[in-house]
Design a protein around this ligand. Sequence first.
Ligand SMILES: Cc1ncc(COP(=O)(O)O)c(C=O)c1O
Length: 381
Amino acid sequence: MSAIWMNIWRWPERLMVPFLDLGRATAELRGELDQAVARVLDSGRYILGQEVEAFEEEFARKCGARHCVGVASGLDALILLLRALGVGEGDQVIVPSNTYIATWLAVSAVGAEVAPVDPDPRTCNLDPEKTAAAVNSRTRAIMAVHLYGRIAPLDPLREIAARHGIPLLADAAQAHGANLGGCTSAISFYPSKNLGALGDGGAVLTDDAALAGKIRVLGNYGSRKKYFHELRGVNSRLDPLQAAVLRVKLRYLDCWNQRRRAIAGHYLEAFEGIPGLTLPCDAKSSESVWHIFAVRHPERDWLARQLAVEGVETLIHYPVPPHLSAAYRDHGFEKGAFPIAESIAATVLSLPLHPHLTGEQVEEVVSSVCLAACLPAGAVQ
Ligand SMILES: Cc1ncc(COP(=O)(O)O)c(C=O)c1O
């Protein structure tokens, strides 16, 4: 049967599956969110204050870190962390070649040089062997990224960092609620994250009190005491309204991550053995918090179009690796410089996976992927 006929035949049962449905999460918690927002409005305190402090304490506890410093975004968390460590001109920071560009931009923002390392193709995370080989006398830090919610191999990376006397840091923007292994980590509360605000927000988690203190000062105009400035800081503070919202959502994080795991487990079972489809390497019982369920397919664009016809929205995380983006053209990276990152960018496709998918929508994703897999590539343009 042609793809067109199959779709007409399925028309009455068609269910749309948007990639994300942030409105549904907000609607579900509307009463609690209204109360939290009202609390801030009534407090008369609109910069920092009790709400931010309470969230920092609660989030640090949840993540097993001694300190949490709220900042204005995930990118700022990365930048302020590097600045507080004194990373700057003349230094290099090892970063994965495949990540959201923010990881690289933070290194560039402090005047240091990105030292990209191609990932392990199976996990899409930093490859310890290649990381060890990339360390040189200018390396000031290793920045792992827990891409898609999958924790990078922290133990071997920590060992490499310790051998060279440099810190191992983590961009944990996609890993809320995962075991961060005691690593100083930068977090984003971008709305679509596992723990997302209703706007921008970020934080640094660390066990190092001095580092936390310095980040706090840097993000508050370099000031500990109003109108006394000890550092040339910036304005990057977590908004109390967002802190109040995050305090509500934090109470649901474990439950939402459990739902993500259940959906991921179902996809893994349902898609096993589909020709051409490479599934995420995580076991059903893995520690991943499944920020993104990324499959790979040699005919990725065709598969995405076919799923769109079925009403299933997909995204690509990420279509252009940072070294080939216009933003880094002046660095002179050639095509082919990081072949694994390039191959991931050419084949990766993210399927809808979030805690507010209904059971019916999950089944729609499953049947649409299975249906697409039966068709010859290129059947639907
Ligand atoms: C891996 C990674 N790092 C950093 C960021 C930057 O976070 P933000 O958008 O809050 O600045 C994001 C998300 O957007 C991300 O996915």
